[in-house]
Design a protein around this ligand. Sequence first.
Ligand SMILES: C[S@@+](CC[C@H](N)C(=O)[O-])C[C@H]1O[C@@H](n2cnc3c(N)ncnc32)[C@H](O)[C@@H]1O
Length: 311
Amino acid sequence: MIATPHVPVLREETLGLLAAGPGRRIIDGTFGFGGHASGLLEAGADVLGVDLDMVAQAACRDLAARQPGLRCHHGSFRDLPGALCAAGWDGADGLLLDLGVSSRQLDDPGKGFSYRADGPLDLRFDQTRGVTAADLIATLEEAAIADLLWKWGEERGSRRIARELVRRRVEEPVATTTQLREAVQASIPRGVKPEPVLSRVFQALRIAVNDELGALADVLASLGRVMRPGGRVVVISYHSLEDRLVKRFIDRERRDCVCPPDAPVCACGHRAWVRPLTRGAVVATQAEQDGNPRSRSAKLRAVEIIGNANT
Ligand SMILES: C[S@@+](CC[C@H](N)C(=O)[O-])C[C@H]1O[C@@H](n2cnc3c(N)ncnc32)[C@H](O)[C@@H]1O
């Protein structure tokens, strides 16, 4: 398989919004192959590169050997207070979350992220711990597999696919990407294109295996403990489930009162502590979308921290 270079999405917009510069401490919570982080370092910022993927961490250490302003932390962005503590930082002026999977991870058959290459049905960002997609398919009840495909992939054929997987696993484990692809293809009605269904099924399993929405909810909930006043947070998401979570967070935390609209007086005591830096979501220009197909689904939202998080 030909390796696709990982081109950072919405790079210039991200660097501008994070206001990277000398003396600024910025966490890149999804270091990947350092595309965005390199720009932050070039602007003179100190960067803490966090990633669950051991290969991405090796790339971080390689770059850190040449860039004294870079530190690396193997772990999830859902525990940024722990990452800060390990780095000896007392807070951050910027945080970038460029969510999901990198092109290099998609190109690595050993991770099982793509239905296009044969490999183990793993789908973990961190292959040193946790359960794989093959484990989920082997152990979950049929209804739970169907629910997972519906909830995280919005796949309409979820019940049919779950039935086929359970039928097949009685004969042999569904343990490779090819076996999953064949099971999905066998359950698709004639005339339906398989690629979009396969994309949704692999996305659903990846989200479930890595608890991606749980991790995103946790990192948003931790911002008050991680960010310094005036700090900036940029989140780039690639599907509506993630973007909805970020949008709801901003819509709530930017408000001085979150009482129900029919409440006669405010009883919540909620105070705005974030200020949106983007009007709605920023999307890639047509030129970027033409040059980098991964950017087509990207939505960027950013906020500035203007007060203490409500407890
Ligand atoms: C889209 S890539 C980031 C690419 C990066 N911005 C670049 O320019 O090279 C997403 C990265 O986030 C990592 N990742 C996903 N979920 C994570 C989590 N909860 N904690 C830390 N890293 C995570 C993945 O392993 C992957 O390397």
